[in-house]
Design a protein around this ligand. Structure first.
Ligand code: FAD
Length: 458
C-alpha cells in the first residue's frame, strides 16, 4: 500500500464520507478527504439539522395558541427571522467544528477543495491542482436539488439550499413538490406565519408512504391553513416589477408569491467528477451503481450515500460508510440491510414509519389484518385544537408478524425509532398485546388495539 500517497481518499465530507474516513483511519489506514463546501455535508449544513431547528421554531405559533387552553395568557408575540437564522448559523458552525476536530483527532488529512477522479488510483484537487495517488477511492459526494431546467423562469426559483439563508421571511410562498422536503418546508413556512401553498403534480403528497398517512398529513396540513394543490405543476414563472413572482400552472391557475421554492427531487452529484474517465458505471439518473458492499465496477473505487441512490437518508449513508471501512480496512466484512429502515417526516403533524405500507404488504401476501386507530391526542382536549393522531399496524394474518407500523402525530419520529427495534426482532402482534401499556400516553394505543379494523383475505 505504501506506493500510494494514501490508502484511502474520500471525496465528500458529509455523513457517509466522514464516517468512512474516521473508521478507516482507526483501523490504521492513511486517509485523506476532500470537501468542496463545508464538513458535515448536506445533513449538518443544509439538511436534517437546520431543517429540524426550523421545524422547532415554526411550532411555537401553535404552542402559544394551545397554552391558552391550559390557563396561560400569552402576551404579545413577535418573531425575528434574522435572529433565527443567526442562531441556526451559529449552531451549524459549532457542529462543523466538531466534524473537523473529529477528523483531525483520527489523523484524517483534510483538503478543503473540490476533488475529481483522474483514474482508478488518482484524484486531483481543483483548488491547488495537486495530484494525489491512493489505493482506494471512496465517492461520497451526495446529491443536490433538482430543478426543472426546461421550465420558463426556472432561474427565479429557490431550493432548500437557499431557503436556509433567505434575507427575509417571505409574506407568501409557493412550494413545488410532494416529497418530504417540500412537505416539511410548507409546514415550516406556514408555522412561521407565511401564506403557504404546496403544489404537487401527483395524486397525493408523500409518494412511497402508506396511503392512510399521506391523506391524513395532507388533510391536517390543510386544516392548518396550507393550500395544497394536487395534480398540477408550474408551466412558467415570471418576475414582477416589485420583485415578487407570478407562476402559471398547467391547469391554468396563476399563483402569486414572494418566493417560489422547488423541492422536486435531488440528483446524484456526479457531474464532472471524472467517473466516466475512470470507467465507473452509473445509471440513467447519474447514480453510481454499486454492489451490496458499496463497490463500483472498478475494483479500487467504492461509493456510499446519496450518490448511490439506495435509501437517501443520513443514517443509511453513515452505515454504508462504516460497513465499507470495516470491510476494506478492518478485516470485518459486513453489509447494510436496506430492507427495514425506520424513518420520520417532520411534517406538521409529524409522521413516523417503519416496515411495509399496506400496498407493499399486499403485494407480498394477500392475507392481512389491519389495525387502525384515529383519535384526539390528550393535549388537545384542553387546547381545543382540531388535530387527530393516527396509528396503523399491518399484520400478516397467517404468521401474525407485524409487517409495518405507521404513525401521524406528536413525536411519531421518536416512536418510529423504537418500533424499528421491535420489527427488526421480528415482533408479532402477540408481542405487542402482552406488553403492558404506559399510561397516559398516545403510544399505549399501539399495545391496546385488540380487534382488526379490516381483515383482508385473498
Ligand atoms: P452529503 O451529506 O450530501 O455529503 C456530500 C458532500 O460532498 C457535500 O458536503 C459536498 O459539498 C461534497 N462534495 C460534492 N462533490 C464534491 C467534490 N467533487 N469534491 C469535494 N467535495 C464534494 N436525512 C435524514 O436522514 N433525515 C432528515 O431529516 C433529512 N432531512 C433532510 C432535509 C433536507 C432539506 C435535505 C436536502 C436532506 C435531508 N436528509 C435527511 C438527507 C440527508 O441529508 C442525506 O441523505 C445525507 O446527507 C447523505 O449523506 P452523503 O454522505 O451521501 O452526502
Amino acid at each position: 500500500m505504501s506506493d500510494y500517497d494514501y490508502d484511502l481518499f474520500v471525496i465528500g465530507g458529509g455523513s457517509g464520507g466522514v464516517r468512512a474516513a474516521r473508521i478507516a483511519a482507526t483501523h490504521g489506514a492513511r486517509v485523506g478527504i476532500a470537501e468542496e463546501y463545508r464538513y458535515g455535508g448536506t445533513c449538518v449544513i443544509r439538511g436534517c439539522v437546520p431543517k429540524k431547528l426550523f421545524v422547532y421554531a415554526s411550532k411555537f405559533s401553535e404552542e402559544f395558541e394551545d397554552a391558552e387552553g391550559f390557563g396561560w395568557s400569552v402576551g404579545e408575540r413577535g418573531f425575528s427571522w434574522s435572529k433565527l437564522i443567526a442562531a441556526k448559523d451559529q449552531e451549524i458552525t459549532r457542529l462543523e467544528g466538531i466534524y473537523r476536530r473529529n477528523l483531525d483527532r483520527t489523523n484524517v488529512e483534510m483538503h478543503d477543495s473540490r476533488a475529481v477522479i483522474e483514474d482508478a488510483h488518482t484524484v486531483r484537487l481543483l483548488s491547488t491542482g495537486q495530484v494525489i495517488t491512493t489505493r482506494y477511492i471512496l465517492v461520497a459526494v451526495g446529491a443536490s436539488p433538482n430543478v426543472d431546467t426546461s421550465l420558463p423562469g426556472v432561474e427565479h426559483v429557490i431550493t432548500s439550499n437557499e431557503a436556509f439563508h433567505l434575507d427575509e421571511l417571505p409574506g407568501k410562498i409557493v412550494v413545488a413538490g410532494g416529497g418530504y422536503i417540500a412537505v416539511e418546508f410548507a409546514g415550516i413556512f406556514n408555522g412561521l406565519g407565511v401564506d403557504t401553498t404546496l403544489i404537487y403534480r401527483g395524486e397525493e403528497i408523500l409518494r412511497g408512504f402508506d396511503m392512510d398517512l399521506r391523506t391524513t398529513v395532507r388533510q391536517e396540513m390543510e386544516k392548518k391553513g396550507i393550500r395544497v394543490i394536487l395534480n398540477d405543476a408550474f408551466s412558467s414563472i415570471e418576475k414582477q416589477a416589485d420583485g415578487s413572482f407570478l407562476g402559471k400552472t398547467r391547469n391554468g391557475e396563476t399563483l402569486a408569491a414572494d418566493r417560489i421554492m422547488f423541492a422536486i427531487g435531488r440528483n446524484p452529484h456526479t457531474r464532472d467528477l471524472g467517473l466516466e474517465k475512470a470507467g465507473v458505471e452509473m445509471d440513467a439518473s447519474g447514480a453510481i451503481k454499486v454492489s451490496t458492499d458499496s463497490r463500483t465496477n472498478i475494483e479500487s473505487i467504492y461509493a456510499v450515500g446519496d450518490v448511490t441512490n439506495r435509501a437517501n437518508l443520513t443514517p443509511v449513508a453513515i452505515r454504508e460508510g462504516h460497513a465499507f471501512a470495516d470491510t476494506v480496512f478492518g478485516n470485518n466484512p459486513w453489509t447494510v440491510d436496506h430492507s427495514l429502515i425506520a424513518t420520520a417526516v417532520f411534517s406538521q403533524p409529524e409522521m413516523g414509519t417503519v416496515g411495509l405500507t399496506q400496498d407493499e404488504a399486499l403485494s407480498r401476501t394477500p392475507n392481512l389484518d389491519i389495525y387502525k386507530s384515529s383519535f384526539r391526542p390528550m393535549k388537545h382536549t384542553l387546547s381545543g385544537r382540531d388535530e387527530k393522531m393516527l396509528m396503523k399496524m399491518i399484520v400478516d394474518a397467517e404468521t401474525q408478524k407485524v409487517l409495518g407500523v405507521h404513525i401521524v402525530g406528536p413525536d411519531a419520529g421518536e416512536l418510529a425509532q423504537i418500533l424499528g427495534v421491535t420489527l427488526q426482532m421480528g415482533a408479532t402482534k402477540a408481542d405487542f398485546d402482552r406488553t403492558i401499556a404506559v399510561h397516559p400516553t398516545a403510544a399505549e394505543e399501539l399495545v391496546t388495539m385488540r380487534e382488526p379494523t379490516e381483515r383482508l383475505r385473498g
